[in-house]
Ligand binder design. Sequence first.
Ligand SMILES: Nc1nc2c(ncn2[C@@H]2O[C@H](COP(=O)(O)OP(=O)(O)OP(=O)(O)O)[C@@H](O)[C@H]2O)c(=O)[nH]1
Ligand SMILES: [Mg+2]
Length: 358
Amino acid sequence: MKTLIVIPTFNEKENIKRIINAIFYFVPKAHILIVDDSSPDGTGKIVAKLERKYPRKLYLLTRAKKEGLGKAYVAGFRWALGRPYQFIVSMDADFSHDPKYLPEMLKAALENKIVIGSRYIPGGGILGWDWKRQFNSRIANIVTRLMLGIKAKDATAGYKVYHRSFLKSLPLSKLVSSGYAFQVEMLYLAKERMAKIAEVPIVFADRRAGESKIAGELTKSAKIVLRLFMRRRVVRQAAKFMTIGLANVFVDWGIYFALTRWIHLDEIPSRIISSSIALTSSYIFNRIWTFQSRDRAVAQQFVKFIIVNGMGLVWNNLLFAFFIKTLHIYDLIALVLTTVIVFFWNFGLTKMWAFRDK
Ligand SMILES: Nc1nc2c(ncn2[C@@H]2O[C@H](COP(=O)(O)OP(=O)(O)OP(=O)(O)O)[C@@H](O)[C@H]2O)c(=O)[nH]1
Ligand SMILES: [Mg+2]
C-alpha cells in the first residue's frame, strides 16, 4: 500500500530538510512530493539536492510561480493519481503538522475515504497561537461548518489523508478555491459524495521557522465559503421556495383584482378563490421547480402542502400576537421575526414532509 505525502512549499528553507527527515523517520516506507512554487529562498534547490539522498522516495515538482496552496495541491494530487499511490497525505512544511501522527492517521485511512488530523476533538489542540488567532480560527471553523453542513469538527484542517478513490472522484480542474479554502472545499466535496470521514486528534503547533503566508487569505476564503454555500442544494431550494412564495403574492393580488373589478364578485369569495389559486400554483411550481418531485401520490402531497402552509399562516398570527402582547417586542421587528420563523417552518416541513426529500 503506497503512500505519498504531498507538501506544498513557498520559502521554507529553514524547515524543508528537517521535515523531510522527520517524515522518513516516522513512515520510512512512504514517498514524499514537494510542490514548490519556485521559492525565491531556494527551497527547491535544497529538495533537489536531497532527492539524491532519497532516490525514488523523494520527489520535487516545481511550478513556475506562486499560485496558492490549492493550486499546488491540485498539481500534487494529479501527480499522485498518475502513479500507483493508495493514500495521499496533505501536510504543511513548517512542523505545524507533526509527522509523528502519520502512522495513526494512515491506519485510520484503511477504513475511511478521508482522515483529518483534527485540532478540535478531545486530545487535539493548538500550541503557540495567541488567543486572538485561536479565537479567529474557532469562529472560522464554526461558521464554515454551519454554512456548508460539514460534520467534521475541524473543517479547516490542512493535515489529512485522502484515499486515492476519493481524489479520483473529484473534478480537480473545476475547483473554486486556489488558496487556503481548498481544505474546506475538499470536505464540502466529500460531503456531497457522502465519503466516510474519520478524525484523529493532533496537537497543532505554531510554525517553527520562516514566515507565514496567511495574510489576505481570510477574506478570500470567506468568499469561497459563501460560493460553496450558494451551491448547496438546500440553499438553492430555499431560494426557489422563496421566489415562488413572492411571485404567488402577485398571482393572488392579480386574481383578486380581476375577480372584483372585472367579474364584480364580492370581496370575500374573491379572496378565497385568489388565495386558493395562488396556493395551488405555488404547490405546482414547488413540485416541478424546487423539489423536482416525481412522486405519483400528487393528491396526498398537495394536501400535506396545504396543511403545512396553512398552519404557517396560523403560526404567523399566533407568533405575532405572542411577540407583541407577551414579549412586548416592537411590532415591526415582530413582523420580520415571524416572517422569518414561518418561512423556515414552511420551507422545512414542505421539504421534509410534503415532498419527503432528504
Ligand atoms: N506551493 C505553495 N505552497 C504554499 C503557498 N502558500 C503556502 N504554502 C505552503 O503551505 C503550507 C502552509 O502555509 P503556511 O504559511 O504555514 O500557512 P499557515 O500554517 O496557515 O500559517 P503560518 O503557519 O502561521 O505560517 C506551508 O508549507 C507553505 O509553505 C503557495 O502559494 N504555494
Ligand atoms: Mg503553517
